[in-house]
Ligand binder design. Structure first.
Ligand SMILES: O=C(O)CCC(=O)C(=O)O
Ligand SMILES: [Fe+2]
Length: 496
């Protein structure tokens, strides 16, 4: 492939009306690069799961430091405010015990829970059409179950938080997961459900959620997890009586629980946070070598080719996952909290010795229309139309339109925390004027953009004074910019 490239760079051949051979070759390289990125996204994991059989003869409190592969029955001890007593329930229900008293105890747990709410806008609401479930707060119960006893966290780490060996760059420190018990939830037949939603992150370092389904028979209640058009379904009903089943997914994945038609679906939910390992010098047990990824060979062939971006250039990749990239902690969290395909892409460039940075970007075109806005409602409409535009561009993939639109993408100098400013913009001037003051960054026409932007976060709010002052908000997307050095400089970069 490399020998057929000729001289390829993003800027050549743009003057003549007929596309030159070099610009065609460059487009073909971009098309192939996008195919690799899209392929990586399609194959990258965003969810994982497993099953732990229950051994009813086993007892809690294993002395081994190794993860165990079967679980003793799970005990839940909860406290009810009203009755001022605590109770214990063992799952699965003991088939030898008086079945009435065992199921009475299960019933007591269910009625001892409060109706579960969910976040709608800034509010916490209870709406059984959207979520019909009950919940116990962790301060009201104890459980004998802990996910690390069964190696669940190590398992999730390997799939959702792999450690990549990025050679001497070492800018991606080793990462670990920590889990925090969040709730016990009960979804009861015949109508328990939770419609499609995204979990509200409890802190900026939250990277995912873990759901552990305790052994109690039920029917229905499939958990469906989605990311970028892909979906994975967990049907836990068949083994619900005799096993603990679990699933973990990134926090930006939409998910839902289909209607539970019979029985009690009892889950423990945990928030998963990215942390640095204690005693940072101990390497994790599994380290992925980015050289094993096909994208690595593709890029390596490109960068050793003298005709490819001979004078240097840059590729911009929109992140495929959402990140708190406008939070105060963003510079500390990124790139450490990169997920799935974004992490793989970052690691491949790093392993080639090519500088790549996570930066915020703003689509200037989305804010050019502000001059006509009169009030906040209209501003919301314009935001919406901005989104639609993004969606329609997405359908075209890395279209020529996007590539020629590099001049309209404002690239932040670094990760910026969200800023609210009351600086005055002149009446009739666009939000871009506020950006010039408060959001250091610039358009970089030399960047060739691959893919389409997906998740936006509030970057800047400002007040536009006029006859009537109005508040206007600018949103940014997380992206990664790989700086390709000129051929002569990059010759020494690539090892072996
Ligand atoms: O119980 C489950 O499968 C998932 C629960 C859930 O999505 C939540 O509590 O946010
Ligand atoms: Fe959820």
């Amino acid at each position: 492939m490399a020998s057929s490239i000729g001289s390829v760079s993003g800027k050549e051949g743009t003057q003549s009306t007929a596309p030159s051979l070099t610009s065609l070759a460059f487009k073909e390289v971009c098309r192939q690069l996008e195919a690799f990125v899209v392929g990586k996204r399609a194959s990258a994991s965003f969810v994982c799961g497993g099953l732990i059989p229950i051994d009813t003869k086993a007892v809690a409190g294993s002395t081994s430091s190794q993860p165990i592969s079967v679980s003793p029955p799970v005990r839940i001890c909860w406290y009810t405010d009203g009755e001022n007593i605590s109770r214990v329930l063992t799952l699965p229900l003991d088939s030898n015990a008086d079945s009435k008293s065992a199921s009475d105890n299960l019933h007591r747990l269910v009625v001892g829970c409060d109706p579960a709410s969910f976040g709608r806008g800034q509010e916490d609401v209870i709406d059984p059409r959207y979520r019909k479930a009950r919940k116990l707060e962790p301060r009201h119960f104890f459980t004998s179950f802990h996910p690390s006893d069964f190696g669940i966290l190590q398992n999730v780490e390997q799939i959702l938080l792999p450690n990549f060996n990025t050679l001497s760059q070492n800018s991606l420190p080793f990462r670990k997961l920590s889990a925090e018990l969040y709730k016990l939830n009960v979804y009861s037949g015949p109508s328990g459900l939770f419609r499609q939603h995204v979990d509200t992150p409890r802190s900026q370092s939250q990277i995912g959620s873990l759901v552990v389904c305790l052994p109690s028979p039920f029917k229905g209640g499939n958990l469906i997890v989605q990311h970028e058009g892909k979906q994975v379904t967990f049907d836990w009903s068949h083994q619900s009586a005799s096993a603990i089943q679990w699933a973990a997914f990134y926090s930006d994945c939409e998910h839902e629980i289909e209607t539970v038609t019979e029985g009690e679906r009892i889950t423990l939910t945990y928030n998963l946070y990215v942390t640095e390992p204690v005693g940072g010098s101990i390497p994790p047990s599994l380290i992925v070598d980015p050289k094993s990824l096909s994208l690595h060979s593709f890029l390596k062939e490109l960068v050793v080719e003298p005709g490819f971006m001979k004078e240097g250039g840059a590729f911009g990749f929109y992140c495929s996952h959402a990140y708190p990239h406008t939070s105060d902690e963003a510079p500390m969290l990124l790139p450490r909290a990169l997920k799935g395909a974004d992490l793989a892409l970052y690691s491949v460039f790093k392993s080639l010795g090519i500088q790549i940075n996570v930066v915020p970007v703003i689509m200037e075109d989305d804010y050019k229309g502000d001059e006509d806005e009169e009030d906040e409602d209209e501003e919301d409409d314009s935001k919406q139309s901005g989104k639609e535009q993004v969606a329609s561009e997405k359908e075209q993939g890395a279209s020529e339109k996007e590539q020629s639109a590099s001049e309209k993408v404002r690239v932040g100098d670094k990760l910026h925390a969200y800023v609210a400013t009351d600086m005055m913009t002149e009446e009739g001037k666009s939000a871009l004027q506020a950006l010039d003051w408060a959001w250091p960054g610039k358009c970089r026409p030399e960047v060739t953009w691959i893919g389409s932007p997906t998740h936006q976060k509030m970057a800047l709010s400002h007040i536009a004074y006029g006859n009537e002052p109005s508040q206007s908000t600018v949103y940014s997307y997380a992206a990664m910019i790989a700086e390709i050095p000129p051929f002569l400089e990059r010759q020494g970069l690539i090892d072996g």
